[in-house]
Design a binder for this molecule. Structure first.
Ligand SMILES: [Zn+2]
Length: 214
């Protein structure tokens, strides 16, 4: 009797999870160009500034680059990227080791590749609201910083799919409030390395399909 009940419950939960994924990944509404949008949950939809332009589904706004990575900011095309990987940072000695993708505050940030959310934390004075997502083979970490906030329900340990909403573009941490952007990095991980370790590779050629400029 108890066993039968357990099996039935599992089936129901699976059905709910599957439909939830579809709603989450493909029924997200976005108003492109919204200048002061906020990522807000509205029923089962996530909307960005509902008073702006008519919403489009996020699937239309996500571009997949030549290496199979999704451009992590909805609505941004490869040609709009610039290679800021080797830009010097304040102090001169440190390089950027990431690219900045400029977009209005609140523009949806999506997972560039599938993986597991390994760490979500606020990096004071640096990355601000950040997400570290590790590839299933554990060899890569995709790092998203200066987020305005996280997608509703995003949690450490969660599996995310390429193109899934993870947050909104912002300027948290040390980003200029006048220039909201996604700071996006890819780190190659050695076995046993923690989320804050690894060595950066340039995401620009992978997303843009062009040679690095540096
Ligand atoms: Zn940056």
């Amino acid at each position: 009797m108890g066993r039968k009940f357990t099996i039935a419950s599992t089936a129901v939960v699976t059905a709910i999870l599957v439909s939830a994924f579809w709603i989450f990944a493909y029924n997200i509404a976005v108003a492109p160009g919204a200048s002061d949008g906020k990522v807000t949950a509205s029923g089962q939809k996530v909307t960005i500034d509902p008073n702006a332009q008519p919403p489009v589904t996020i699937a239309e706004g996500v571009t997949v680059g030549p290496a199979g990575l999704a451009l992590p900011v909805a609505g941004i095309k490869s040609a709009q990227l610039s290679d800021t990987y080797t830009q010097a940072r304040a102090g001169g000695a440190r390089l950027h080791d990431a690219i900045d993708i400029m977009a209005p505050e609140g523009t949806p940030v999506v997972a560039s590749a599938s993986g597991t959310v390994e760490k979500l934390f606020f990096s004071q004075g640096g990355g601000g609201i950040t997400a570290y997502i590790r590839s299933p083979d554990r060899r890569w970490i995709y790092y998203y910083a200066h987020l305005q906030g996280y997608a509703p329900g995003l949690a450490e340990g969660q599996q995310v799919r390429r193109g899934q909403l993870i947050g909104g573009v912002g300027h948290t941490g040390n980003a200029n409030p006048g220039g909201p952007h996604l700071h996006f990095a890819i780190h190659r991980m050695q076995p046993g390395e923690k989320w804050y370790q690894g060595s950066a590779i340039n995401p620009f050629p992978l997303l843009a399909g062009k040679k690095a400029s540096g």
